[in-house]
Ligand binder design. Structure first.
Ligand SMILES: [Ca+2]
Ligand SMILES: [Ca+2]
Ligand SMILES: [Ca+2]
Ligand SMILES: [Ca+2]
Length: 419
């Protein structure tokens, strides 16, 4: 996925202080990634002193608060064994796109090491974008009020010579193929907790399936009319179904896009490869549709019972439904939220604009519903045959379904799953 490899600006400086033979760096780990809208991910502040003993590290990160929100800063010192060297001196977050982490070591036990984790920063993506950057605020060695790494020489010599930020591609939240886990026709609210593999379906069941990093991919794989939990593991290509089915299909960088692509009433295992636009539906077909950077938005757009491959292109708002249509609807930063909002059996082209909470359903309706950071979960919660606008507000665990209901279910970090 080469389009992700957009590193933040890297400054290189020639040091004028001749006594400084090595130079410290600050970096972010991971420096690239593909997090989901609204689902927090963690980046680690890393310091490399290149063998120098230091007494203070002062990392100032900057980010675009329209695209990202910092939800927490946690000390994380990967000290040399038994050293217990660091002290967490200060942390501060600012709503205007800055977060500062200050750590120090007592002089008598000054650090002498290489790449050291300094802190973990929990970041929540607020918009779907191809590049959300986190950079260090860095001017020059010894400049005041920017990032610094101070040598243990009693002089306050700033060793920091280079910084390496990160850039992250934010995808729409995964929705699976369906979310009807019981006998009634209504969609259920469900959550997947990525850290533990915990699933909970409101009022129905809770269980464990999958583990940290797995992408939830629920669908009616057996064709019995109810949804089955499933996860896709990018590291190995594993699909694990609640029924016990396990198989390998796809791998790193692939996104699960389960759906009923042949109209036989059961959900197929399928994937989309954003780097190349490859679609692969297991035991059925493979083809290329879309280009690098597109978001998959497959659904049944023409009410023939079969799902169409489809993509939303965030750069210009293109919706392309394979063999059906190409229209422009939406703009960069919008979240595609296809669903059947008028109940005619066809998925409708729709977007949520996170900045102002605008939902727009092409040719049908517009409404203001949701605010920044909310995760869209349109679904047929009443079981009436029509999908409703709905969102999950991670901070509060709040679900709100427009004109229908609201309730609390789940918590920050959970991936909400409804369709
Ligand atoms: Ca149900
Ligand atoms: Ca099928
Ligand atoms: Ca169709
Ligand atoms: Ca419709």
């Amino acid at each position: 996925m080469k389009s992700v490899l957009i590193l933040a600006v890297v400054f290189s400086l020639s040091l004028s202080v001749s006594s400084v033979s090595s130079a410290a760096t600050l970096s972010l780990s991971p420096s690239t990634g593909a997090p989901f809208l609204g689902v927090p991910f963690q980046v680690r502040v890393m310091m490399d002193t290149q063998g120098q003993t230091v007494v203070v590290a002062d990392a100032i990160l900057t980010y675009n608060p329209v695209l990202l929100r910092v939800d927490g800063v946690t000390p994380n010192y990967a000290d040399p064994p038994g050293s217990d060297q660091f002290r967490f001196l200060a942390r501060s977050t600012f709503g205007d796109g800055r977060v500062q982490v200050v750590v120090g070591t007592p002089h008598q036990t000054a650090l002498n090491g290489n790449a050291i984790a300094v802190a973990d920063v929990l970041v929540t993506p607020l918009q779907c974008v191809t590049a959300a950057a986190i950079s260090y605020y860095f001017l020059a060695p010894a400049a005041s009020r920017d990032s610094n790494v101070i040598k243990d020489d009693g002089l306050g010599t700033d060793l920091l010579a280079s910084v390496f930020g990160g850039s992250y591609r934010v995808y729409p939240n995964p929705r699976g193929e369906s979310a009807n886990y019981d006998a009634d026709p209504a969609s259920e609210a469900a959550i997947f907790r990525p850290g533990t593999g915990f699933w909970a379906v409101r009022g129905v069941t809770a269980f464990y399936l999958g583990s940290s990093g797995d992408i939830p991919a629920p669908g009616d794989y057996t064709g019995d009319g109810t949804t089955e939990a499933a996860v896709f593991r990018q590291s190995s290509g594993l699909w694990a179904l609640k029924s016990g089915g396990r198989l390998y299909f796809g791998g790193s960088f692939d996104l699960p896009v389960p759906g009923d692509y042949n109209g036989d009433g059961s959900c197929e295992i399928a994937l989309f490869r954003p780097a190349s636009g490859l679609w692969a539906v297991r035991n059925l077909t493979r083809f290329f549709f879309g280009t690098s950077g597109d978001y998959p938005v497959s659904a049944d757009f023409n009410h023939d019972g079969k799902w169409e491959a489809a993509v939303f292109r965030p750069a210009d708002g293109l919706w392309a439904v394979r063999n059906r249509t190409r229209v422009y609807f939406g703009q960069p930063g919008d979240v595609p939220v296809p669903a059947d909002y008028d109940g005619n059996g066809s998925a409708d082209i729709a977007i949520l604009r996170p900045g102002n909470g605008l939902w727009a359903v092409r040719g049908i309706t517009r409404a203001s519903f949701a605010s920044a950071g909310d995760i869209p979960v349109p679904a047929d919660f009443p079981g009436s045959g029509t999908d409703r606008m709905g969102y999950f507000r991670p901070f509060q665990g709040l679900w709100s379904v427009r004109d229908v209901t609201s309730f609390y279910f789940g918590q920050l970090g959970d991936i909400p799953l409804s369709r």
